[in-house]
Design a binder for this molecule. Sequence first.
Ligand SMILES: Nc1ncnc2c1ncn2[C@@H]1O[C@H](COP(=O)(O)OP(=O)(O)OP(=O)(O)O)[C@@H](O)[C@H]1O
Ligand SMILES: [Mg+2]
Length: 437
Amino acid sequence: MYTEPEIIVGLDLGTSKISVVVAERDSRFQDAQIIGVGYAPSLGIRKGLIVNLEQAVQAVRMAVQDAEKMVGFEIDEATVAFSGIDATSVTSRGMVSLGRVPRQVGVQDIERVIEAAQSELAVPSNRVTLHTIPVKYSLDGNSGIDDPLGMTGIRLEIELQSVIVPTSVLQNIINCVESAGITVNGLVIKSLASALGSLTDEETRTGAVSLCIGGGTTGVALFADGRPVRLAVIPIGGDHITNDLAYVLKIPISKAEMIKQQISLLSDENEDAIEVETRGRTKVLNVPDAIDVILCRLEELFTEHVSKSLADQSVHMFPAGIVLSGGVAKTGGIEIFTTEVLNLPVRIAEPLDSFQMPPGRNDCEYTTSSGIIRYIINKERNPYRYIEAPIEVLRSGGVSAYVAAQRGGHQRNTKSANGEGFRHFLEMVKKSMKELF
Ligand SMILES: Nc1ncnc2c1ncn2[C@@H]1O[C@H](COP(=O)(O)OP(=O)(O)OP(=O)(O)O)[C@@H](O)[C@H]1O
Ligand SMILES: [Mg+2]
């Protein structure tokens, strides 16, 4: 029997560009096939945050229209990736007893242990837990259990990674995308989406670091044993390099951007000098000076910020090394410099699904948008791997606000209110999963 293919859409709300990836799948082929990629330059977004709503809405409309032209039908909903510089990634632990005699772990036990770890977190009332990610389970003290369902024991423990984001940031994003006529059906932080779009299964299992260096932000995702052990977003990206070049070399931003994209960090790949036309005059720039400016900013990013994210993890946890993506990964020679500074092997990633994407829209700048499709599919296949707050919770301003609104009561901000809220949260996650299958 023929069934209409299902359409899945990912929208990446970047600082430099907005991209929209459209995929389809039918009931027989559970894997999605990308059928179009829309693009528009970003407006009204700085360091991943919306600073001018009207302009941002306009840019989203243009990117969506571009994708619609490519696929030939209207797009009405999407899962949105955002940069989230104020997001924090917090680890918590939980433990539940399965009884005095050993028995098999059931779905309810997994929910109970997630809930126990989640209730350890005190989430401020102006923030919400967007992602809840089980990192490690252990059963009767045996760690490294990938999936405890059906296994036998008496004590189940979990280590949980929670990504907590200011509610207002998410509400502004939802408001922006929905004002452009697209219903938001999910949200994902860019560091997770770009990692899923660029890391191979082998790299995630062996241990790897995904670094997505975009225009205004750098997404960091540390993966070990197939799971993200830490997600972070650093408020530094390629635009900072352009601004530094413009300031130091005393040239306009547009010229600085052009030069940045032209030169390689490997001095033997460049001429010694470049001529630039500014204000009707020809200026000769010394290329090694420009390289120094770029290296200085990249060094700051790697040594002060990325190293900090790695600090409490041993580099030996990531033998597969660093996987670079985002527009800045196109900088000539960046992999050699990154290897020198961070002392790990480095590769430049194109999206894992690049062969399904149109030429010119399938390079390292598109790992986040294509990664959203992989995130959606991963979430459906493994409901307890990436637990995302239901969109109605995010729209209403967080779990406690949602629970209070449901009861017509007042919002409370205590640990127990969070625990109580989380039970409702799980109920809603389960309900939305039942609707999915
Ligand atoms: N060839 C190149 N060499 C160096 N930098 C480049 C090159 N091409 C693009 N960039 C830089 O990449 C950045 C844009 O990357 P990308 O499209 O990944 O950002 P974004 O996703 O819009 O932003 P963010 O993820 O930070 O919100 C810009 O700063 C741009 O100057
Ligand atoms: Mg980006």
